[in-house]
Design a protein around this ligand. Structure first.
Ligand code: NCD
Length: 307
């Protein structure tokens, strides 16, 4: 039963619970119209302390398409946060008005902290460089739709693996399925954090290698997950400028890849995927956007206990 639960970490739900979300998402994809009144009378609160396009809009669109309504802020500067209000007080307040909350915050752990004070479900919509579990629902649903399942896959994750929260969450999630291999492609300075290596990959004996050149490994991949260098998490502008164009996926490199490679990207893209491959059948990142809305529709319905 997912009713009333929080979603803070990608491993908060069992594999069966995740499957129930994907099944509902698939039903919604087939016949969206029959779900249009599912959340009538319910309100989603969106507390976005950090910029967002897809995540916030897809949460809002998801709730509106279920017949519910949305209130919130996308600029903490326009709320009492500016007056120094604490997270517990903001959460207690908003939880008195709405039925479910999606929260994005630059500080790692902020949504978890918020969940201790909330009588209603809190969804982590991204906390600093830590986790992003609803992007992971999006990524998993995309993988399920384009690859038919989650097992027997070699997954390349490329770019900023240090600060990229979507990468951390995807590794956590995919590490629970059978026969998964990870190829971690990044500059030395942007390698995956140690806790992901020790607590997830080594702990579960999941094969992984760390490499610097995409060209050397692209031919072995079933999924290539590209990410942007996370400018806002750098302390030093010069380092960002030096690293920002470390990887650019273009037609030349793609010639080396499998015919059924699936290229994913959480977006926004900066330079890491050349526009010339947008029409390649292997480019799945625009489909992925739509799956994100369906995954969030299913998630909201499950946490509210209306489906
Ligand atoms: C990601 C994020 O916010 O972490 N964007 C998103 O939610 N789709 C990825 C990113 O910003 O690079």
């Amino acid at each position: 039963m997912l009713k009333g639960k929080h979603l803070i970490d990608p491993q908060d739900f069992s594999l069966e619970e995740l499957e129930s979300i994907f099944e509902l998402a698939e039903e919604i994809i087939k016949d969206q119209n029959s779900f249009k009144d599912l959340c009538t009378g319910k309100i989603l609160g969106t507390l976005f302390y950090e910029p967002s396009t897809r995540t916030r809009f897809s949460f809002e669109a998801a709730m509106l398409r279920l017949g519910g309504r949305v209130i919130g802020f996308s600029e903490p500067g326009s709320s009492s946060v500016m007056k120094g209000e604490s997270i517990p007080d903001t959460i207690r307040t908003v939880a008195s008005y709405v039925d479910i909350i999606a929260m994005r915050h630059p500080k790692e752990g902020a949504p978890k902290y918020a969940s201790y004070y909330s009588s209603i479900p809190i969804i982590n919509a991204g906390d600093g460089g830590h986790q992003h579990p609803t992007q992971t629902l999006t990524d998993l649903l995309t993988i399920k739709e384009v690859k038919g399942g989650f097992s027997d896959l070699t997954i390349g994750l490329c770019g900023d693996l240090k600060f990229g929260r979507t990468v951390h969450s995807l590794i956590k999630a995919m590490s629970r399925y059978e026969n998964i291999k990870f190829i971690l492609i990044s500059p030395k300075e942007l390698q995956i954090p140690n806790y992901i290596k020790t607590e997830i990959l080594e702990n579960k004996d999941i094969p992984f290698i760390e490499v610097e050149r995409l060209e050397d490994v692209i031919d072995s991949l079933d999924i290539l997950y590209m990410t942007r260098v996370q400018k806002e998490r750098f302390f030093n502008e010069a380092d960002y400028i030096r690293l920002k164009d470390s990887y650019i996926l273009d037609r030349e490199k793609l010639k080396l890849a499998k015919k059924d490679l699936a290229i994913l990207h959480p977006l926004p893209r900066v330079n890491e995927i050349s526009y010339e491959i947008d029409d390649d059948p292997r480019a799945c990142y625009f489909q992925q956007i739509k799956y994100g809305m369906y995954a969030r529709m299913a998630l909201i319905a499950k946490l509210l206990g209306v489906a």
